[in-house]
Write a protein that binds this ligand. Structure first.
Ligand code: ADP
Length: 643
């Protein structure tokens, strides 16, 4: 086979890489040692990939090489060597993988650096740019590498990390894999000691599943923690493994280690982090569990083992029952795999459920941090009951916005005649409490779930029911059913005088007049049996969609549709009583028009539908002008001035 020699070429790093290197070379870091963790992790990835190719039956260069990582050093030359027998790199691989950053790793990293106080060395590994951390300690790096593909030339890559690198063909024999020479900067002699290198490997890389040798001695001993019997594992070991797996500096909120034998054998070691790791929303794709088959890593961050709503769960799944040579593409169609996936979901839901029962405080910590993601699970129909049980809500009887309850708690407290679960939607606790729709519930002492996140209404619409109870928005509640329930605030009950027979007639005509004023904007004007403190409320007709849904449709359609609503009028409200007086004196009085239009628009405003406030503001101003005149005359201020 004729090989074309790789000419020596000098290339510039891509702009993003330069920017990153500039930071790494010139800043001070507290944990420079992590460069070794990153090189080891790359070496391990390269060997995982090789094993994967080998299981597929690909022909491999130097097939008999053992899969291991070797770390050595030369005290005189001040060089640390890290070598692996992984897939190696071709010239193009070097240019594409080391000279360029494929993912948006760097820019995300730079943003997080700017926004958080974390030390770069703590977080760099999470961004897929770990290799460059070597320039924290190196004044020059040489990579000597040979691809696993047959008959490829070995390549040498050299850089001082200052902007460019050189690539040439290696002029010495090299077996498959990669050797990294780290030419240390001055004052980095600490890395030229065996005990120091040993301790770094033990601290950061002890769970790497290939042997790591420092000066020919294997340093890492625990290679697949999840396969050890649960009883023999100390909690610290779990934490150590968790930190290794996630780059989190904190311990996990909770750990779940299970071994299942029938009908399918698999082991899972799962963690829920204390904090949502998607700190700034840059890691949306960084989730999934590591899938092993008989201790061999098949796929890092497999996304089909977990539904997305459980994406905060980290960990590994290992099975004896999957074929080693299974390809990532066919995993999804594999029946055993999907059974494992279902089982993992159930494990997590039951674990959460136990936590909710036995460790309430921990559960609320979980909910605060991961609840937003978890709520997406309303689409997991097979697990809906388990899912619903785990939801938490602020309700009308919570002492503040932080106190949350489960649906079961709600049901426990339900009135015996109550057949439905009610919720109200608003931007905050204060906003919901002002919603006229909830007045009747207050007077009946019926608890209401308060929803502040637009997502929540989707969840409720999807669930529809919990146990035997339908879930209904307060807007859709049937007041006939509610009125069968006793009032609790008896004091206010009879404080307003009943309308006389003839006034009742006038009130009906007034409502007719209101209907004429509003025209198509309302479907109907009718007497309310739900209001206490508000003069009117707009409600959706029984067949109508909810206000939030309408808003979402408006946003999607780019329109401002206000669905025709029913206006309910509180005949006992002072304003309405006064309006009735005006109406009785002159049923054509323009003042009625102004007030009715204003009442309508205020409600529309409260519901978030008002798109043009000009008319409303003008009307309010003229009402204020009038009222200021009335006020001055009532207070006889005109006369005062003259005196
Ligand atoms: P990451 O490992 O997160 O992708 P790095 O910056 O550490 O990011 O490495 C960039 C890429 O360089 C790797 O994805 C891999 O393709 C390649 N690479 C690095 N080290 C090795 C190695 N020892 N063997 C083979 N390829 C490597």
């Amino acid at each position: 086979m004729s090989e074309t020699k790789v000419e020596e070429t000098k290339l510039e790093f891509k702009a993003e890489v330069k920017q990153l290197l500039d930071i790494l070379v010139h800043s001070l870091y507290t944990h420079k040692e992590i460069f070794l963790r990153e090189l080891i992790s790359n070496a391990s990835d390269a060997m995982d990939k090789l094993r994967f190719e080998s299981n597929k039956g690909t022909e491999i260069q130097d097939n008999d090489l053992p899969l291991e990582i070797n770390i050595t050093f030369d005290k005189d030359k001040k060089i640390v060597y890290v070598s692996d027998s992984g897939i190696g790199m071709s010239k193009d691989d070097l240019v594409n993988n080391i000279g360029t950053i494929a993912k948006s790793g760097t820019s995300d990293f730079l943003k997080v650096m700017a926004e958080s106080k974390e030390d770069a060395s703590n977080i760099i590994g999470r961004f897929g740019i770990g290799f460059y951390s070597v320039f924290m300690v190196a004044k020059e790096v040489v990579i000597k590498t040979k691809s696993f593909k047959k008959d490829q030339p070995a390549i040498k890559w050299i850089s001082d990390g200052l902007g460019s690198y050189t690539i040439a063909e290696l002029d010495e024999p090299k077996k498959r894999g990669t050797l990294i020479e780290v030419h240390l900067k001055d004052e980095m002699d600490e890395f030229l000691e065996k005990y120091r290198l040993d301790s770094i490997v033990k601290k950061h890389s002890s769970f790497i599943s290939f042997p790591i040798k420092v000066e020919n001695e294997v340093v890492n001993t625990v290679q697949a923690l999840w396969r050890e019997p649960k009883s023999s594992i100390k909690p610290e070991k779990y934490t150590e493994f968790y930190k290794f797996l996630t780059y989190d500096n904190d311990e996990p909120l909770t750990t779940l280690h299970r071994s299942v034998d029938a009908p399918i054998q698999f082991t899972s070691l799962l963690f829920i982090p204390k904090k949502n790791m998607d700190m700034f929303g840059y890691h949306r794709d960084e989730y999934g569990l590591d899938l092993y088959v008989r201790r061999v890593l098949i796929q890092h961050q497999n996304k089909d083992l977990l539904p997305e709503y459980l994406s905060f769960v980290k960990g590994v799944v290992d099975s004896e029952d999957l074929p080693l040579n299974i390809s990532r593409e066919t995993l999804q169609e594999n029946v055993i795999f999907s059974k494992i996936a279902n089982s993992v979901t159930t494990q997590i839901l039951s674990h959460l459920s136990t936590m909710a029962d036995k460790e309430e405080e921990k559960y609320s910590e979980f909910w605060k941090e991961h609840g937003k993601t978890f709520k997406m699970g309303y689409m997991d129909y097979p697990n809906q009951e388990k899912f619903s049980k785990l939801l938490r809500f602020n309700t009308s009887i919570s002492k503040d916005a932080n106190e949350l309850f489960s649906l079961d708690k709600y049901i426990e407290r339900m009135k015996s005649e109550q057949k439905e679960i009610y919720y109200a939607v608003g931007s905050s606790r204060e906003a919901v409490q002002l919603d006229p729709h909830i007045e009747i519930f207050k007077s009946k002492g019926i608890e209401i779930l308060f929803l502040y996140d637009p997502m929540d209404e989707f969840v409720m619409e999807a669930l529809r029911k919990y146990k035997d109870f339908e879930i209904k928005s307060v807007e859709q509640a049937d007041t006939k059913k509610l009125n069968k329930i006793e009032n609790v605030d008896e004091e206010n009950k009879d404080s307003v005088e009943e309308l006389s027979k003839s006034d009742k007639k006038h009130f009906s005509s007034l409502m007719k007049r209101m209907q004429d004023i509003l025209g198509d904007k309302v479907k109907e004007v009718k007497e309310s049996d739900r209001l206490k403190g508000s003069p009117i409320v707009l409600v959706n007709p029984a067949d109508g969609i909810s206000s939030t849904m309408q808003k979402i449709m408006n946003i999607q359609g780019g329109t401002v549709n206000i669905p025709p609503k029913i206006m309910e009028v509180n005949k006992n409200h002072k304003l309405i009583r006064n309006l009735l007086k005006v109406f009785k004196a002159n049923d054509k009085d323009e003042y009625i028009t102004t007030v009715v239009e204003q009442l309508y628009e205020s409600s529309i405003l409260l519901e978030g539908f008002l798109s043009d406030p000009h008319k409303l503001v003008n009307r309010v101003n003229s009402l204020l002008e009038n009222s200021s005149e009335w006020y001055t005359s009532v207070k006889k201020l005109d006369n005062l001035e003259k005196e």
